[in-house]
Ligand binder design. Structure first.
Ligand SMILES: Cc1ncc(COP(=O)(O)O)c(C=O)c1O
Length: 375
């Protein structure tokens, strides 16, 4: 039986058209981009064309785009650089951030390089902007704010402009983890008050192991990996040539399909909400599911029973892939730090379903039938 894949916030399948664009660089066009002969020049050109294309789509300057190994490296780099190179000694973040942010922040706190404040949350899981303002106003130290554009577990979306304006007002740097929104929503970075944003190719049908760090042109940081002169002396090491080519192609394809695919996927999400409400007793949706939210993510809490505790396991037996929160290696009992932060109800079992253009309403119907049997 075919698997049903409802875990697209964890990763997405590679688009065959993206693979096609990468293939020449996995085979005959193998030159090292730093080599001066024709093979090398061809590879260099492919990378710089990818950078130009990505910059154009995000309305940034190509010099502001750095290719990395993914969202994790990009967020590590931005936050650490703000502390080490830009003089920030205070970090304001939230308890809902991805571990790529939270563990970086905790490390900088532990080493004594920065103090940390966690912004308050509203009952629907959104960031309390009044509290952010209050914390910024009360911060005598140089501050970096790190708040994600969209939460990967509950889907809530931040008003990135409002936060950026607050940071501007109080002279703070602003990093936003945009891993769940790049490739899913339009960006206009030239007109967005943000210093660092991130991206990961595998969240929008591109390859794994390649990502993006945007650094606003007015921000100057030191190299984040030392060695050769790649990525304009900022990130040494022979480039992930085919990954970078694939990243740009995936972003081009995703951008061309935004509107139509976004509306289709939102239809799947809303349909699942309706069907679950109709057919499964006692369920609740986490976050602002029908409000300021990703169209790709639906977080569902089920009443805790002996049966529902086995839910992810039983979904897997029925060839349905979903997630118990973020892809977490430590097992179910520890649960999700995001769900704990917004709703500390131990009598619930939470499952995140996340969608792509490949999902169908038939798959939702199958899921709901199986859930009725399981619960
Ligand atoms: C919101 C968010 N930030 C960061 C990451 C990390 O990205 P990557 O796995 O490409 O390093 C992910 C993906 O797991 C994510 O969902």
């Amino acid at each position: 039986m075919e698997r049903i894949y409802f875990d697209n916030a964890a990763t997405t399948p590679l688009d065959p058209k993206v693979l096609e664009s990468m293939m020449p660089y996995l085979t005959e066009k193998f030159g090292n981009p730093s080599s001066i002969y024709s093979y090398g020049r061809e590879s260099r050109l492919a990378i710089e064309n990818a950078r130009k294309s990505v910059a154009k789509i995000l309305n940034a300057h190509p010099a502001e785009i750095f290719f990395t190994s993914g969202g994790t490296e990009s967020s590590n780099t931005a936050i650490s650089a703000a502390v080490r190179d830009l003089g920030c000694t205070h970090i304001i973040t939230s308890p809902l951030e991805h571990h790529a942010t939270l563990h970086t922040v905790e490390h900088l706190h532990k080493t004594g390089e920065a103090s940390v404040s966690y912004v308050e949350l509203l009952p629907d899981g959104h960031i309390d902007l009044e509290d952010l303002k209050h914390k910024l106003a009360g911060s005598a130290e140089k501050t970096i704010v790190s708040l994600m554009h969209a939460n990967n577990e509950i889907g809530n979306m931040l008003d990135i402009h409002a936060v950026g304006e607050l940071c501007k007002l109080y002279g703070a740097y602003f990093h936003s983890d945009t891993v769940q929104t790049v490739g899913h929503f339009p960006f206009d970075l030239r007109n967005t008050p943000v210093h660092f944003v991130t991206g990961a190719g595998h969240k929008f049908h591109g390859p794994k192991g390649v990502g993006l760090l945007y650094i606003n042109e007015n921000v100057k940081i030191n190299p984040f990996i030392h060695g050769g002169s790649q990525e304009r002396n900022m990130r040494a090491g022979t480039e992930n040539l085919y990954g970078i080519v694939g990243f740009a192609r995936a972003l081009e394809l995703a951008t061309a399909g935004f509107e139509e695919e976004g509306a289709y996927i939102k239809g799947i999400k809303v349909y699942m909400m309706e069907q679950l409400k109709k057919n499964v007793k006692g369920i609740a949706f986490n976050g602002d599911a029908l409000g300021r939210s990703l169209y790709t993510v639906l977080s569902v809490s089920f009443p805790k029973t002996e049966k529902s505790e086995m839910l992810l396991f039983n979904l897997d037996i029925n060839h349905i892939c979903a997630s118990g929160g973020s892809a977490c290696t430590s097992g179910a009992e520890q649960g999700s730090h995001v769900i704990r932060a917004i709703n500390n109800n131990p009598n619930q079992v939470t499952v995140r379903f996340s969608f792509s253009k490949h999902n169908t309403k038939d798959e939702v119907d199958y899921l709901v039938e199986k859930l009725k049997e399981m619960i």
